[in-house]
Design a protein. Sequence first.
Length: 447
Amino acid sequence: MKKNGFIFLISGVLGVFGILSLSTGCKKPTDDIGSDIGVVGGNISATFVDTLKIVALSEREDSVRADRTSLAPLGSFFDPYFGITTTSLFLNFNINQVFPSGIPNPGTLVVDSVVLRLRYANPTHFGNIGKYKGIVRVSVHRLLDQLTVQTTPGNGYSSIRNFNYDTNPIGNAVIVPNPYDSVKVDGKNEAPHVRIKLSNAFGQQLLTQNPMAFVSSEAFVQYFRGLFLKVQPATNFGDGGFLYLFPPGAGSRLTVHYNDSSRINMTINPDNSVWTGRHEHNYSPAIPPFQNFSGKVPGNDILLIQPLSGSRVKIHIPYLKNFNSDKSKAVNKAELIFPVDDTYTGKYPVPDLLLLARYDAAKDSLFNLADFIQSQGNNGGSYDSEKKEYKFNITLHVQAVISGLTNNDTLVLETANKQTRGNRVALYGTENLTKKVRLRIYYTNLQ
C-alpha cells in the first residue's frame, strides 16, 4: 500500500464488509457545542444522530518503516493482554579519527576493553522497567550485511527486514534499566545511557585484521558493517518493556581501549549512519479474540491499536452516503468518537495521539481527510483523559460523502507514533454493550 501525505508503508488488502441494516435516531443535543455549528441558543432547531451503523475490525499490520527514527526502541514487553512484542536493533558506525597510513604497528596492539554505549532518548521507556521486572537480555553480534542510508522518499528498511549476522555473539548483557541517573565516564558525568561490554577478542580482531580499513570513513564502513543487538523475548506476564534509545545522540559510541591509554571511538553519525529496528510479535499468549492473531479480528466487542508493526483499526460506515438522500438536512458538525476500554489499560499509558486516514482502494493508498487538510490543528485525535476517548472532527469528510464528492471509503485508525513507541490501546467495539464507537452528526432540518 502506498502512502500519500500521511504515514509510511502499509500493506494488506481491504477487508470486505457485509451489508448491514441501518438504524438511526434523532435527539436534542445534550451538550453545548457552541457557536461553531450555530444552533445552540439560537432560533434554529438542532438535532443529532449517533446511531448510524458502523463496521470495524482490527487488522495485523505487515510492517512499518524502522530506519533512522527519532528514537529506537529496544527490549521485550510481555503484555498481560496482547502477547509479546520484541524489538531488536541493527546499527553501523563511523570512525572519529582516521589513520592515513593505516593503524600503526598493529602487531603491538593489545586491547584492554570494548564498550558500547547508547544514550537514552526522551521519553526514556515504556512498560514495566522497574528493577528486575524490566530486565532486557541482549546478545550482540557482528553484522555481515551492509547498511546504507535510504534517501529516496517512500523507501527505507522495514521492521520485518532481517540482515545477515555472525551467530556467534561478541557480547551478552543483562540490562537493568536506569534511564534517570547520569553515568560517570572517565571521571565525567554523561547523560543516562545503556552500557554493554563486548569481548576483547572482537576488539583485537577489529583493529588488527585490516589496519588499512582505518584510512578513511568510507573504507571503515565497508570493513566493519556494524552490530546487531538481538533481544531475548520476555517470559513472564506483565514483565519487560522498551528502552527508548537515541543512537546518534552525544555519548552514544563504540570504544576500543588498547595499550593502556589509547582508544578509538566509533559513533553513529546522524547524517550517514544507519540504525534500524526489527519488531516481532507473538500473539499465542494473548487474550481472545487476539490469541494467535494473524489477519483480521471483527471489532464488535473490542478493537486493538498496537504499534511497532502490531495492529491498526479499519472502519466503514456503510450507509453514510444515504444519510441525507432527500436533501432535507444541513450537516453542521460530525464527530467520530472512539471510547477507550480501560479494562486493558492498567498502568500502561495509552497513545497521546491517534491518526485517522481515508483508504482509497483503487489507488491502494491512504489520504488525509479533507478536514485535516483544511483545519488548523482542530481535527482531534488527542486522548481525552477525563472522558477516556479519542474524538475526530470529520465534518468536511461527511459532507463530501453525503454530497457525492468523495467515495464512502474505509477509514484507517492507528497511533501517530507506531514506528517508535510501545503505547497500545484497546477501544470499545461497534456493538459493545457498555460503550461503542459512534459517529455523531449534528444537523438542522431544512423542511
